[in-house]
Design a protein around this ligand. Structure first.
Ligand code: LLP
Length: 423
């Protein structure tokens, strides 16, 4: 059962706290994360990995709030980062540098330098050019950089075009057919130490077959690389496991681990997983208040105070997020067909289109489900809307884990050039 459920009074709760209670204290809109659901997500991985030589590096990009990162760090997670900013978050949350993996297709020399200075445990390199740059930076520092090369196995992850990453036409990784050359180059560069191979084929995967195909291809490559004389001790399988937004049937972690166990049997590699969405997605919701209801000729618009700048997934990926009222609907089952939209001046500003929802009126709260991943992290302050605050619930306690900035704070970071100031 979801940790987000109606209580006996018909109020939607996050664990033991009514969303209305949080709204009264924090205002709307806000993101709300359930610590219990985060822990349960972690436990599924921990159980699934029993007996495997494997570890989880949480992909911060899905939700990098310090409280979330610390929760996973305290449970034993490493981190998968794609910027120095995310590195600072992982370190601030207490994750040991050697448990951090630096991924990404375009790391700047200054970022590679900061990562090596911090003692990051593994850099997943995505091109020959990056091998050369990293070698130079490591040489300047007098250190050896532990690397894998992320290979692009050219498999179809069967997910949205904007979040598929393992096809030849995607910018990510080194084409698997060119990987041996890249490894040969890495072996010639004195300041690099090859430790393994990495892949990540896409996000929100619902089928296991693409993993099977990709692992089989990379396994073949590992055999070749070893024959070429490279030390391949680690196999980073990436993230990508899907969650429920509407009626998807994502695989259990147990089934995923079974597949991985079978496909990597006898390979003798330490495995790494980089899940993001699967650990946080269903553990978070976005709560908004209805500003007004505007009946139109063809449909009704329910205008709420959360918008595309707070949750961009619906308009960016045509993503479906379930939306439910924060008060249990009357049992008569009456619904209206509506678009749930925000106040932003764009027609693409919607959270949902053509939904049948119980009648709503101004002041009602609605809850957008499965918003814990790629929600707050992708938010902006477009239209000078303050970044949406984040709240964590744990049992009957809750805390604001990122407050809403005031408009004054937003304005205070900007400057008028001196020549515009009065003399
Ligand atoms: N590792 C690497 C190298 C990645 O690029 C990603 C995600 C992950 C791990 C974590 O993937 P996950 O387990 O979360 O699927 N903004 C999009 C998703 C972008 C995913 C990018 N890479 C969305 O809202 O659907």
């Amino acid at each position: 059962m979801s940790v987000f459920a109606y209580n006996a009074n018909g109020e939607m709760q996050a664990e033991g706290v009514a969303l209305e209670t949080i709204a009264q204290q924090v205002g709307t809109p806000f993101y709300c994360y359930s610590a219990g659901a985060l822990r349960a997500g972690w436990q599924e991985f921990a159980d699934g990995m029993k007996g495997l030589n494997a570890s989880v590096c949480y992909a911060l990009k899905a939700n990098s709030n310090l409280a979330v990162v610390k929760l996973f760090g305290d449970l034993g997670a490493g981190a998968d980062i794609v910027s120095v900013g995310e590195m600072r978050r992982a370190l601030a949350a207490g994750i040991a540098p050697r448990r951090i993996i630096f991924s990404g297709v375009g790391k700047k020399p200054s970022e590679l330098m900061a990562a090596l200075e911090a003692g990051i445990g593994q850099i997943n390199v995505e091109s020959s050019a990056e091998l050369e740059t990293l070698n130079a930076v490591a040489g300047q520092l007098g250190v050896k950089a532990a690397i894998t090369i992320r290979v692009n196995p050219d498999v179809d992850a069967g997910t949205h075009a904007k979040i598929t990453t393992g096809r030849k036409e995607n910018k990510f990784g080194v084409d698997i057919d060119l990987a041996r050359d890249a490894y040969a180059l890495a072996a010639r560069l004195p300041n690099l130490e090859v430790v393994g191979v990495a892949m990540h084929i896409g996000s929100q995967l619902i089928a296991l077959d693409p993993y099977r195909d990709a692992i089989a291809k990379v396994r073949g490559l590992i055999t070749q690389l070893r024959a070429d004389g490279h030390r391949i001790e680690r196999f980073d399988i990436g993230g990508g496991l899907g969650i429920v937004y509407a009626d998807e049937k994502p695989p259990s972690i147990a089934a995923f681990m079974q597949l991985v166990t079978k496909e990597t049997d006898g390979l003798g590699c330490a495995l790494t997983f980089e899940p993001g969405r699967r650990l946080v997605g269903e553990a978070g919701v976005l709560v908004a208040e209805v500003i007004l209801v505007k009946p139109g000729v063809s449909k009704t618009f329910v205008i709420v105070d959360a918008a595309m700048n707070d949750l961009i997934r619906p308009t960016l990926y045509e993503a479906w997020h379930d939306i439910v009222p924060a008060r249990r609907p009357r049992p008569d089952g009456a619904t209206i067909r509506c678009d749930i939209v925000g106040p932003v001046c764009e027609s693409g500003d919607y959270l949902a289109q053509n939904r049948d929802l119980p009648p709503l009126s101004a002041g009602d709260l609605v809850m957008v489900r499965s918003a814990g991943a790629y929600g707050a992290v992708m938010a902006s302050s477009y239209n000078t809307r303050p970044l949406v605050p984040e709240v964590m619930v744990d049992g009957t306690r809750f805390a604001v884990v990122r407050p809403r900035p005031s408009i004054d704070e937003m304005l205070s970071s900007e400057r008028i050039p001196p020549w515009m100031e009065p003399a």
